[in-house]
Design a protein around this ligand. Structure first.
Ligand SMILES: [Zn+2]
Ligand SMILES: [Zn+2]
Length: 681
């Protein structure tokens, strides 16, 4: 038998989809039930359907009518059937993707579509975040949370690749195609151009008069693993990355029309086309702009601006094109002025050799100055992250001194003394609050016990904010685009509290994080919570990787005024001072005397991100108490120290772990302060 080799389950799935789509479209209940029944029967058949069909046994099965047999034959021949095709054409394709989310059945999808006009995962996510879904009858907060979790799981399950990997792969393709003499222009379109955090298929658009030659060249690129379709001016291939990549060739004259069409999103395009018809009586397609109901070309659409103008709209940045309000805002002249690299004045999260970075503080400061930054906060890890060689109070205070010297030596920017303090599983901070208050900038992040529930992690983040000493919550959801979905935070509660307490939320621009996610960033903006766009650089080079935070910020509709580090440092410092004052803290903190800071010169030989590892539990039992020893030691701890003891105090300040010494120092006051005084005298 010729045709398409489909398993019984695949054929059953087509009937299932027909049932679902008919139900969403409000089809005949009788027929919907028939589709479902057929799907159930086919799914459990012991024999391959073509074999049964050949024997003439298929129409004798209970539950399979004559119509079904006709459809099955057609499916076996072509991979689909008329009714299946018609239903798919009739409904937005995003509805099908919604059906794949666990817990979303056809009746729920129908309600979401009917009542909220939600027709894609992006729109659904936004409707959940803004509380629209919870307001529907029989939905509520719990259901909203379940849907959000389902969307996140779905994206991981279908194996979308992180933006950075997709973009790099796409750029390699574009570079090679652009070398071709007959290629006039070449660009990535689709969801990469829109800047989504994870990408399914890649889309490449070429302007050329030689569609056949370009397609032939494309399918022979080394990144191509398998050719799916190849023709004049188009090709689809499977790449070595596992992704599908679609090539489209247009003429230079219709470049803008093609660019707009293939950038999508589909729902955005539909809305623009509808508006062009209504406002101007024009038909917009990837071939250009035509008089409605005719083939009369008005404009080939050489630029995207021309396409938008046909719908009486200004040009809309690709990051906004999801049909989540951008068309209405554009029509009203209220498009946001999205944040750009040149708006960022500094970076408030990075690591040095002191914890798990690969550069000295000075190298980081010089790299930041070269980018034109006016300030850089050094925020190394704290000691519970022992795998990342996190700092304790003593080392942090020593580093603080060192950073002042670095600032003087470099001379071009403020080098701020900060920390990325670990939020412990019970919500406490990993460092003494007095020490944290004395720093310039405190990021607080969760790196352990990530398997807690969303509510528990939200509680931890809020507990950290309520200490009053935290300026910003780092990578709030903890997602890793290549590995795990983030925590299902109670975002409303978190943002509400952040606003009340004057704490910022981070948009971490590590390309495998991009955290907060775009939709959450937009919610933060709506609720008036300032966002910090940081690189979380672990090397001087990574400070330049601002594009990942920025593209997510732009998808979150952020303008420079919504971003804390678009402000000068003096403004941010004032905010911090005001907040500390409101909490009843005095701001002046006694400074330790300057002392030598031996900055490490070699990185930790660890290939892991520290965030991936939970802090190693301490397996060493505490050293046995020896009161005689402590007494003797306490007596020797008077200035001036002998060389041996000086060395021991110095070691303790840097590495900790000497309980006897700590106790002896403690007899004179705060152990750390005492140690500083002793060493500097
Ligand atoms: Zn972190
Ligand atoms: Zn970090």
């Amino acid at each position: 038998m010729s045709g398409v080799a489909l398993s019984n389950q695949e054929i059953a799935a087509i009937f299932q989809e027909m049932a679902d789509l008919s139900q969403i479209a409000g089809g005949n209940p009788h027929r919907i039930r028939a589709f479902r029944r057929t799907a159930r029967v086919l799914d459990t058949l012991p024999e391959p359907i073509p074999v049964l069909l050949g024997r003439g046994g298929l129409d004798r099965l209970p539950g399979i009518g004559e119509g079904s047999v006709v459809r099955i034959k057609q499916i076996l021949r072509t991979g689909t059937c008329d009714e299946h095709r018609a239903l798919r054409a009739k409904l937005p394709s995003g509805l099908r993707e919604m059906l794949e989310v666990k817990g979303l059945g056809a009746s729920t999808v129908r309600r979401l579509w009917q009542h909220l006009k939600v027709a894609s995962l992006e729109q659904l996510e936004w409707a959940c975040r803004t509380g629209q879904v919870a307001k529907l009858p029989r939905m509520g907060e719990k259901t909203t949370e379940r849907i959000l979790k389902g969307i996140a799981d779905h994206r991981i399950r279908i194996g979308r690749l992180p933006y950075i990997r997709s973009r790099r792969m796409g750029e390699r393709l574009v570079e090679q195609l652009a070398d071709h003499p007959e290629v006039q222009r070449c660009q990535l379109t689709g969801s990469v151009r829109r800047g989504r955090a994870t990408i399914g298929d890649l889309d490449v658009l070429v302007a050329s008069d030689h569609g056949l030659a370009v397609a032939s060249r494309f399918v022979t690129l080394p990144e191509v693993e398998q050719i799916l379709v190849q023709g004049e001016g188009r090709a689809s291939v499977r790449l070595t990355s596992g992704q599908q990549c679609d090539l489209r060739v247009v003429t230079e004259a219709t470049w803008g029309a093609g660019l707009h069409y293939f950038t999508g999103s589909q729902l955005h395009n539909i809305a623009v086309r509808a508006r062009a018809l209504k406002q101007r009586g024009l038909k917009v397609s990837d071939k250009g702009i035509f008089v409605r109901d005719t083939e009369n070309l008005v404009d080939p659409g050489t630029t995207e601006e021309a396409i938008f103008a046909a719908a009486a709209l200004p040009w809309i940045p690709p990051e906004l094109r999801e049909n989540t309000g951008e068309i209405e805002e554009a029509a009203a002249g209220r498009l946001p002025r999205l944040v750009e690299a040149s708006d960022l004045r500094g970076d408030l999260h990075c690591h040095t050799l002191a914890s798990d970075g690969t550069g000295t503080a000075e190298a980081m400061a010089r790299a930041a100055a070269a980018l034109g930054h006016a300030y850089l906060a050094i925020t190394d890890h704290t000691h519970s992250l022992s795998v990342a060689r996190g700092l304790d109070e003593a080392r942090l205070l020593a580093q603080q001194q060192h950073l002042r010297e670095v600032e003087q030596r470099v001379g071009q920017l403020r080098v701020l003394s900060g920390t990325e303090v670990d939020i412990l599983p019970d919500g406490r901070l990993d460092l003494d609050h007095d020490v944290l208050r004395g720093l310039d900038w405190v990021v607080a992040s969760v790196h352990s016990a990530m398997n807690q529930s969303g509510a528990e992690i939200t509680d931890r983040l809020i507990a950290a904010m309520r200490t009053g000493v935290v300026d910003c919550i780092g990578h709030p959801t903890g997602r890793r685009l290549d590995q795990r979905a983030g925590a299902e935070l109670d975002l409303e509660r978190l943002l509400e509290e952040a606003r009340r307490l004057g704490v910022a939320v981070e948009l971490n621009g590590n390309p495998y994080r991009m955290d907060l996610p775009d939709v959450d960033v937009r919610r933060a903006k709506q609720l008036g919570v300032p966002v910090c766009i940081n690189t979380d650089a672990h090397s001087p080079e990574h400070l330049a990787r601002r594009e990942f935070g920025l593209v997510t910020a732009r998808r979150g509709w952020l303008e420079p005024g919504d971003v804390l580090n678009c402000q000068p440092w003096s403004v941010i410092a004032d905010r911090r001072r005001d907040r500390l004052r409101r909490q009843g803290f005095t701001v002046a903190v006694s400074r330790p005397e300057p002392r030598a800071y031996d900055e490490p010169t070699a990185p930790q030989p660890s290939p892991h991100w520290p965030e991936e590892l939970s802090p190693a539990p301490s397996t060493e039992p505490p050293p046995a108490k020896d009161d005689g020893g402590v007494d003797a030691l306490a007596e020797r701890l008077v200035a001036p120290l002998d060389d041996e003891l000086r060395q021991r105090v110095d070691d303790w300040l840097r590495n900790g772990g000497d309980d006897e010494l700590e106790e002896a120092l403690g007899r004179q006051g705060m152990p750390m302060q005492v140690a500083f005084v002793l060493l500097s005298s």
